[in-house]
Design a protein around this ligand. Structure first.
Ligand code: MG
Length: 417
């Protein structure tokens, strides 16, 4: 099978509920749409490998078009063992060239990030700051990991098997946690009860107020409302050092201790992602597991994180790809640690994380974006069929490759470049 063409497409898919979505990890920013890059790898056998990833603007598209497409063109690929060779070449080419630098330098033909919109959103924020990309802990380096996912999709389709079967399926379905994306509010208790009614066993809440007591107050109310019937995870997104508020180390430790006393199931990103010492200190101070790793990239960094976090959550599409993802999960298993993939993504990104989650012994759950202000229908608009949860579990699709088909007309409708 010879690779004959590689096409990348940047789409912006509307969140669908005006005025937009307020991500906890970008306080003060209101997003009207979700930016996502799709890669399609075409072959002489008529099989096409597809994958996609979250992005800011056209950084992933520009990077793949310029650096990766020339490597892939005319390459022969017959089986999963062939992926490693091609991927090694891509990895060496990509090293030291973060995709985000392409974006910041405006290298693209059509640099489509909406800087004006972001600045306006920031000015509306209570901190009135323009500290975008100023923090020392910034972790927006990126790599074309989703291209690795598309190569696995290609082989799965060629062999007519789901990707999880190419690696070694351990389960047919995985428990998912309802992952909210907006900061906790007076409506959070009602939404948590709705999730419980729908069969979710676990929910994740977002804590990112400048005064964490406001977060703790809502989290306590949710805990009281759901009792022992649903586990609660809390994500502070403090490794997202793009916009304040940033908690001090002392405050992060106090919040961790409060959550631990409350019986919270895990606490995610209490401090900056490269603050390994403090992550480990917090993890030692509480019984509750500390989780992180979604913003780090590559085996070397993620291996260091395994010494700090109790649970790592790299995203297969965004942080490591499938080839390296299964290696990192094995490193975690040997250290008796868990690997629960981040999957705050549009449909194709969730599908990649789902395939990997179903092959890992040390993966008890998967993230499932589910927020009152973002419907599953909008989230999975790029797919022919939505990824629907049943009684708190998500089943791995029966179709080959990633098991999902993308809706070409929707992609065409929302294509930016
Ligand atoms: Mg997170």
């Amino acid at each position: 099978m010879i690779i004959t063409d590689v096409k990348t497409t940047l789409v912006k898919v509307p969140y669908g509920r005006p005025p937009g979505f307020r991500p906890s990890w970008l306080p003060g920013v209101i997003q009207e749409s979700y930016s996502f890059t799709i890669v399609q790898i075409f072959t002489d056998e008529g099989i096409t490998g597809i994958a996609g990833t979250t992005c800011f603007g056209d950084e992933a598209k520009v990077f793949v078009d310029r650096e990766i497409r020339p490597i892939l063109l005319n390459k022969e690929l017959e089986s999963t063992s062939g992926i490693e060779g091609i991927w090694g070449e891509i990895r060496s080419k990509a090293d030291g060239k973060p995709m985000i630098s392409m974006l910041l330098s405006g290298a693209g033909e059509g640099n489509t990030i909406d800087w004006g919109g972001i600045v306006k959103s920031v000015l509306r924020s209570p901190w009135n700051t323009l500290s975008l990309f100023s923090s020392k802990n910034i972790l927006l380096e990126d790599r074309p990991w989703f291209v690795n996912v598309a190569l696995w999709d290609l082989i799965g389709k060629k062999e007519n098997r789901p990707v999880c079967d190419l690696i070694g399926r351990k389960k047919d379905k995985i428990k998912v946690y309802a992952s909210t994306g907006e900061i906790v509010s007076s409506k959070t208790v009602e939404f948590a009860m709705k999730c419980l009614d729908e069969g979710f066993k676990t929910i994740k809440l977002r804590a990112h107020h400048a005064d964490p007591d406001k977060d703790l107050d809502v989290i306590k109310k949710v805990k009281d409302a759901v009792g022992g019937e649903m586990e609660i995870g809390v994500d502070a997104n403090q490794a997202w050092t793009v916009l304040p508020p940033f908690w001090s180390r002392k405050r992060a430790l106090e919040v961790a201790k409060s959550l631990d006393r409350m019986g919270i199931a895990w606490f995610e990103e209490p401090v900056g992602g490269k603050d390994f010492k403090m992550i480990a200190e917090i993890a030692d101070a509480v019984e509750m597991p500390i989780m992180g790793g979604e913003l780090q990239h590559g085996i070397e960094t993620l291996e260091k994180l395994l010494d700090a976090y109790d649970i790592v959550n790299p995203d297969i599409s965004m942080s490591c790809g499938i080839s390296d993802g299964i290696k990192i999960a094995e490193m975690a298993r040997k250290r008796d640690k868990l690997f629960t993939p981040h999957a705050w993504q549009l449909g194709p990104g969730i599908a990649a994380n789902l395939q990997v989650a179903c092959v890992l012994e040390n993966c008890p759950m998967l993230e499932y974006p589910y927020d009152p202000n973002w419907s599953v229908e909008q989230r999975d608009l790029l797919l022919e069929e939505s990824l629907i949860v049943e009684n708190g579990y998500l089943e791995v699709p029966k179709k080959p490759g990633l098991g999902v088909e993308i809706n070409e007309s929707i992609i065409e409708k929302y294509t930016v470049v």
